[in-house]
Write a protein that binds this ligand. Structure first.
Ligand code: HEM
Length: 227
């Protein structure tokens, strides 16, 4: 009987958001049946609906939210510290900002490694192809900026003659020699790359919220928020 099973047409899945009880009942039954057929796979060869419930694994979710906190914190400190007068407090914020940048580099390397070794869960079947392309492009841009922003900051710090001493105890190597002109060039590069990262994150969050609350496709559950 299972061999002859055919999933219901896709329209059935989309009607879920209209909360029609009969459709929901059929949908849940279908999921249970699919899970019974292929319990260990996100996407069953015969049950396309299971991809709507797929999620990242716990390592990816942990790295996503830790990286998000580190990046948002670092962007906020970066904006704040440049506007306070020269003082021990200002230097303290600069050090925190640099340490957060190194943490972001390490977390990004871990995240990239995870990504190279795993396939992300497939997007819901209802996602139009242009949105799939936009999501992949946006994620790709985020990965590039994860590295570009802190590396440009590190190079600027070296060129300005302020080497990074991680947590005040581990001196890190200089990327480039101390050079005033180079520092003048690297400063706006770091700054504008950080603005580009902030803009990409805002777009990313807006897209996630639109999917969650307008399309109601429960995309946040893919990143560990809710069921
Ligand atoms: C600094 C902040 C953030 C950064 C840098 C960031 C970065 C990323 C990246 C790179 C991915 C792709 C993961 C991959 O496939 O490798 C991703 C996925 C995701 N993010 Fe974020 N994120 C941030 C904040 C947020 C916030 C605040 C939300 C929720 C409102 C969110 C929701 C999601 C969701 C739902 C996915 C999965 C999308 C999918 O299934 O394709 N992110 N994020």
């Amino acid at each position: 009987m299972l061999r002859n099973y055919r999933p219901a047409p896709r329209t059935l899945i989309h009607t879920r958001t209209n909360s029609r009880i009969s459709d929901n009942f059929l949908y849940e039954s279908e999921l249970i049946l699919c899970a019974a057929v292929t319990p260990h796979r996100f996407v069953s060869p015969i049950c396309h609906v299971t991809s709507d419930r797929a999620r990242y694994n716990s390592v990816a979710i942990f790295l996503h939210w830790l990286l998000a906190i580190a990046i948002i914190g670092s962007l906020c400190v970066g904006l704040y510290m440049t506007n306070i007068p020269m003082s021990p407090t200002r230097l303290k914020f600069y050090n925190w900002h640099k340490w957060a940048g190194i943490l972001i580099l390490l977390l990004s390397a871990a995240r990239l490694l995870w990504r190279l070794l795993h396939n992300p869960p497939p997007l819901p079947n209802s996602t139009p192809s242009w949105q799939q392309l936009a999501a992949h492009t946006g994620h790709g841009a985020l990965y590039v900026l994860f590295f570009a922003v802190p590396l440009a900051g590190w190079a600027y710090s070296s060129a300005a003659g302020f080497p990074i001493v991680l947590f005040g105890v581990i001196p890190l190597p200089d990327w480039v020699p101390k050079d005033r002109e180079l520092a003048e060039l690297l400063k706006p590069i770091h700054q504008y790359l950080a603005y580009a990262l902030a803009a990409t994150i805002i777009t990313h969050v807006a897209a996630a919220l639109k999917h969650q609350f307008v399309d109601r496709d429960r995309i946040l559950a893919r990143m560990g928020l809710g069921k």
